[in-house]
Design a protein around this ligand. Structure first.
Ligand code: CUA
Length: 353
């Protein structure tokens, strides 16, 4: 018996769709793969996800299998077409079945709840000995404030942006706030998503098993540059953590000559210092101005503007100074700068390390 062309065509479509799904699921370099946890909280979620997903797959196969079976077995066949269809026997309900399919899902969901609830409580706890960091989400970047906490070597409060630095292995307790709209903090390999809601403080835990760089992003649509609101979590080994803290706490040296000194003056003349703090140099931010990333140790970072541009690449920062709207919806307003002014500002910014 040969298959009908329609059946073959349907088979091809199904195969095509399945292949598309399978191929789209493959990526050799996927830094935000939530299925490859690298910390204990992400792992707890993963350990829940896998069995629950398995249950869902079994239920799916069972239900869809029964649907397909009934559709195929009891379909109207071509040799029935000449006669009027028999009106099927009418049955109303089956008490056994009704009770069965009410109780069975309830039991399954009950089991899922039993394993899920403790994880929810763990993820929302405040473990003893954890390190505190306040995270502020805003259009379209993240600010991080580290209060003084001598047990992790921080003897002077630290403020930075875009890159969240943590010691590997340490449990980090984040207090999340928003300056404007709802954002969502998400570093997929270190924990799940946490909404950041204006007027509230939400907390979240992070922990990275090993030193490394873990990328993340805002996971709640927040405006034109939502997709550009990325972040990096940098987990340090003990020596490099101490070095990072020491660098962040060391006072800056004010440039006294050359292009950098001219850039320093220009930084105020062009209004940059009205929004961007630079500790020990530009500490007063004008009231009512949009808050902008603290630039104190800018040149110790790898990325800027919501971590979408590389700071190593001079062209990226110059292009930014030429037109901050290259990131749609950026709140940075700076008039047209001459190439000469850009050089001076760049020279000054480079001293911030
Ligand atoms: Cu912030 Cu999306």
């Amino acid at each position: 018996m040969t298959k009908s062309p329609r059946l073959r065509r349907a088979g091809q479509v199904v195969l095509g769709l399945a292949l598309t799904l399978i191929v789209a699921g493959c990526a050799s370099n996927a830094p935000q793969d939530t299925l490859k946890p690298e910390g204990k909280y992400a792992r707890q979620i993963d350990n829940l996800f896998k069995p629950v997903f398995l249950i869902a797959v079994v239920v799916f196969i069972l239900v869809e299998g029964l649907v397909l079976f009934s559709v195929l077995k009891y379909r109207r066949r071509s040799d029935d077409l000449d006669e009027p269809a028999d009106f099927p026997e009418q049955i109303h309900g089956s008490t056994k079945l009704e009770i069965g399919w009410t109780i069975l899902p309830a039991v399954v969901l009950g089991l899922v709840a039993i394993v899920t609830i403790p994880v929810i409580f763990t993820l929302n706890s405040h473990p003893k000995g954890s390190m505190d960091i306040t995270v502020t989400g805003q259009k379209y970047w993240w600010a991080y404030d580290y209060p003084t906490q001598p047990d992790v070597g921080i003897t002077k409060a630290i403020t930075t942006a875009n890159e969240l630095h943590i010691p590997a292995g340490k449990t980090v307790y984040l207090s999340l706030k928003s300056k404007d709209v709802i954002h969502s903090f998400w570093a997929p390999r270190l924990n799940g998503k946490r909404d950041v809601v204006p007027g509230r403080v939400h907390t979240w835990l992070l922990q990275a098993d090993k030193p490394g760089v873990y990328s993340g992003q805002c996971a709640e649509f927040c405006g034109t540059s939502h997709a550009n609101m990325r972040l990096k979590v940098v987990a340090h080994d003990p020596a490099s953590w101490d070095k990072w803290v020491a660098t962040m706490e060391a006072p800056l040296t004010k440039p006294t000559s050359g292009l950098a000194a001219e850039g320093y003056t220009l930084f105020q003349q062009k209004g940059c210092s009205g929004c961007h703090k630079v500790d020990g140099q530009w500490d007063e931010v004008a009231a009512g101005n949009p808050s902008a990333p603290n630039l104190t140790k800018l040149f110790t970072r790898d990325c800027f503007a919501g971590c979408i541009y590389n700071l190593d690449d001079r062209n990226e920062l110059e292009a930014w100074l030429r037109n901050p709207q290259r990131k749609a919806g950026s709140l940075m307003k700076i008039g047209q700068l001459s190439e000469d002014e850009i050089d001076r500002l760049y020279a000054y910014l480079q001293t911030l390390k």
